[in-house]
Design a protein around this ligand. Structure first.
Ligand SMILES: Nc1nc(=O)c2c([nH]1)NC[C@@H]1CN(c3ccc(C(=O)N[C@@H](CCC(=O)O)C(=O)O)cc3)CN21
Ligand SMILES: O=c1ccn([C@H]2C[C@H](O)[C@@H](COP(=O)(O)O)O2)c(=O)[nH]1
Length: 282
């Protein structure tokens, strides 16, 4: 079975059995009809995926890998905060009449900062360090920028990536690992979506820096299942997982800014039927 399915099933079982309900609390999100969107949650969930073993796509329902890659390219490569630069409609509910989601995600990654080597944005800084100073323990991004929070329609959920390089005995390439820090996670809508998109980001970074992608650690502070998702999740985790798919990138691409979703190669992705019309809390 896909390792990601195993992690997902255990995480959901733990939350359903041992999590706490937010019912009665003053909560921010609502359903489309205005009803408060409560959750069952667990504080502090840490999952670890080894990309050298297999790609962490779940098979209990299909993760839209191309759309997930498109969103990560929107944020990290196009550094855009406008939904017109995104090929899906997943951000429509949080955009203003011009299509902007405010000073969130891609906007923050596009801001240039002064470094000793000159002006760079956070993405170029990561690439610069990985190429010039790979063993640095200071290679990280952070888009949770307090001075701009009042101009964001939704505060960043996945807000920091810390890259860390290790030497693997017997391997001629360095190994690139990363920690994704996330303050809030909607498990059914976006857990595997987020895991797969940051796994792809790690693979892209490793490829353009001539490294091998290693481990991705996903650290989640508030890990939750929304009330209207509970029956869907219960049903999903009864399913018997398939093996993980083979996921590769076009090896010809050597420049991070040249990747497109056409460079994503997915083989043998056998999944259970999609759960249609999952409601997303706004
Ligand atoms: N409550 C909530 N949960 C989230 O996961 C979430 C938000 N809000 N707000 C901002 C973004 C939007 N996100 C989303 C929203 C929808 C899908 C979604 O419907 N995905 C479809 C495929 C979409 C496609 O292929 O275009 C899926 O089946 O996974 C994914 C991420 C993640 N984020
Ligand atoms: O990439 C993402 C973006 C958003 N989410 C979820 C997590 C929460 O359910 C909501 C945001 O609500 P807050 O009240 O701001 O925490 O969106 C996600 O899982 N992944």
């Amino acid at each position: 079975m896909s390792y990601a399915d195993d992690v997902f099933i255990k995480m959901c079982q733990d939350i359903l059995e041992n999590g706490t309900s937010t019912e009665g609390e003053k909560v921010r999100p609502v359903w489309e009809d205005g009803t408060p969107a409560y959750t069952i949650k667990k504080f502090g969930v840490v999952n670890r995926y080894d990309l050298r073993k297999e790609f962490p796509a779940m098979t209990l329902r299909r993760t839209a890998l191309k759309s997930a890659m498109d969103e990560i390219l929107w944020i990290w490569q196009k550094k855009s905060n406008n939904i017109h630069d995104l090929n899906s409609h997943i951000w429509d509910s949080w955009a203003d009449e011009k299509g902007s989601i405010g000073k969130a995600y891609g906007y923050q990654l596009g801001v240039k900062h002064q470094y000793k080597e000159g002006m760079m944005d956070q993405v170029d800084r990561v690439i610069y360090d990985l190429k010039n100073n790979p063993f640095s323990r200071r290679i990280m991004t952070n888009i949770y920028v307090h001075q701009d929070l009042h101009e964001m329609n939704l505060y960043p959920c996945a807000y920091s990536m810390t890259f860390n390089v290790t030497q693997t005995p017997g391997s001629d390439k360095l190994t690139l690992n990363a920690i994704l820090n996330q303050r809030s996670q909607d498990i059914l809508t976006a857990n595997n979506w987020n895991v797969c998109q940051y796994a792809l980001l790690l693979m892209m970074m490793a490829q353009v820096c001539d490294m091998e992608a290693g481990e991705l650690l996903h650290v989640v502070a508030d890990c939750h299942i929304y009330d209207r998702h509970i029956p869907l999740v219960k049903d999903m985790i009864q399913r018997k997982p398939y093996p993980a798919p083979i996921v590769k990138l076009n090896p010809e691409v050597k420049d991070f800014y040249q990747f497109t979703t056409d460079d994503l190669i997915v083989e043998n992705y056998e999944t259970w039927p999609q759960i249609k019309n999952i409601p997303v809390a706004i």
